[in-house]
Design a protein around this ligand. Structure first.
Ligand code: SF4
Length: 76
């Protein structure tokens, strides 16, 4: 595992990353739909049963499985 992406990191701010998907403001992020999390995003790379894993978007940083960002996409 790698360092966790923090919400106030520049790249996190740029993509609207939230450590807790439940905290996403739908008015600010209209793409967000309830139920979307990193865990079910196509860019997420789970790390066993750990609560965080890799994201293809954030090289060298882990994201929380319960997180979300504006680049969320449906798993293929
Ligand atoms: Fe999470 Fe997907 Fe955004 Fe990566 S691209 S931070 S896995 S929602």
């Amino acid at each position: 595992s790698q360092a966790l992406l923090q919400e106030d990191d520049d790249e996190a701010k740029a993509t609207g990353y939230h450590a807790d998907a439940a905290q996403v403001d739908k008015a600010k992020f209209p793409k967000y739909a309830v139920g979307q999390t990193c865990a079910n995003c196509g860019l997420y790379a789970p790390d066993g049963d750990k609560p965080s894993g890799g994201c293809a978007l954030f090289y060298g940083k882990d994201v929380l499985a319960q997180g979300w960002c504006n680049a969320w996409e449906k798993k293929a």
